[in-house]
Write a protein that binds this ligand. Structure first.
Ligand SMILES: *Cc1c(COP(=O)(O)O)cnc(C)c1O
Length: 358
């Protein structure tokens, strides 16, 4: 066996670290912001029968244009979205990869605002796109002036925004998105992986799409929709964006089984989203209770809470893990991130943390 360093790997990949959220078999996994509630039995039964039907024609290639899935996604997104505006892939990570393959690449750059979703920089590296990091304002907020100034200074080919932002939970105003769009000449992607957890009635970047052909809103079925294992992400944008992505995607990239399962699950959208309210309640409870325990939680519009005031994140992570609870050390000094789980999971997390000697 040889080592990675001895292989003729691309120079720009040497020394990089892969995405590495630990996958450990624990009883209470609150580390990757999944919906931790069980999938409703009637959905399991319906998706299983749809997959069984798809198996009867598995000898044939699937619909390359995933027409039925795009119709279902457009209906799910609402707000007048048409199927032509939808593109889908194996998780929104692949959506981001398609965007960087088509609009980034060697000699091009993408601007982001860390701390943000770690995969944005990792997929940039994988596609040979230069990642440029710009500053946020106090408490991880991002004002129109701060964001637009960074865009004007760096003149990137793409700008990645994240609303609400992972790992901080910070909301992002539509005024900032609009200002970034005005300041840029390239693609502006708003990663809305946690859109369904935003406060009721808050507008999303979808409302800015009209008249902005370079704006892309990325969504996923992995979080609120409780479909992380199904690997289904999508974007909403001008139909010309999908034409660009057709140039870089692999033919038949969405398997017949993925398409059938996602279509069937989308037919149960209300049941799949029934737990969103309960998850928001547990998130708000985390904000209150973590503060009561002496930590410094950050306001969150998503299904997780970043909290500061952790003397030794490594030690707290290990202590929780020893009690069968997995949280996330996102690399921000004196901080940890925890997903809002079921009421029972949240209770146990808070009780165990409260018993820790600090
Ligand atoms: C979890 C997450 C995703 C989801 O990626 P998938 O590939 O769709 O599972 C995308 N963006 C952000 C910001 C996330 O936190």
């Amino acid at each position: 066996m040889t080592s990675l360093a001895d292989l003729p790997i691309r120079d720009d990949l040497r020394g990089l670290t892969p995405y590495g959220a630990p996958q450990k078999p624990v009883r209470i996994a609150l580390n990757v912001n999944e919906n931790t509630h069980p999938v409703p039995e009637e959905v399991v039964a319906h998706v299983t029968s749809a997959v069984e039907r798809a198996m009867r024609s598995i000898n044939r290639y699937p619909d390359r244009e995933f027409t039925l899935l795009r119709e279902h996604l457009a209906a799910y997104v609402g707000e007048g979205t048409t199927p032509e505006q939808i593109w889908a892939a194996n998780g929104s990570n692949e959506i981001i990869q398609h965007l960087l393959q088509a609009f980034g690449g060697p000699g091009r750059s993408v601007l982001g605002f860390p701390p943000t979703y770690s995969m944005h920089a990792i997929i940039a590296a994988g596609t040979g796109t230069r990642w440029v990091a710009a500053e946020r304002d106090a408490d991880y907020r991002l004002s129109p002036a701060t964001a637009a100034a960074a865009v004007e200074r760096e003149n990137p080919d793409l700008v990645f925004l994240c609303a609400p932002n992972n790992p901080t939970g910070t909301a992002l105003g539509l005024d900032t998105i609009a200002a970034v769009y005005e300041a840029s000449r390239g693609i502006v992607m708003v990663d809305e992986a946690y859109a369904e957890f935003m406060p009721e009635g808050e507008p999303s970047a979808l409302s800015l799409l009209e008249g902005r052909p370079r704006l892309v809103v990325s969504r996923t079925m992995s979080k609120a929709f409780a479909f992380a294992g199904g690997r289904l992400g999508y974007l909403v944008a001008d139909p010309a964006i999908a034409d660009a992505l057709r140039l870089v995607r692999l033919p038949y990239h969405l398997s017949a089984l993925s398409q059938a399962a996602a279509v069937a699950a989308l037919e149960h959208a209300p049941a799949m989203l029934a737990t969103v309210g309960a998850i928001r309640e547990q998130r708000d409870r985390l904000l209150v209770e973590l503060a009561r325990l002496g930590y410094a939680p950050h306001e969150s519009w998503a299904n997780f809470v970043l909290f500061g005031g952790v003397d030794d994140p490594r030690a707290t992570f290990e202590y929780l893990l020893a009690h069968d609870i997995l949280v996330r050390d996102v690399g921000i000094p004196h901080h940890l991130r925890v997903t809002a789980g079921t009421e029972a999971e949240t209770t146990e997390f808070l009780e165990v943390l409260g018993r820790m000697n600090r």
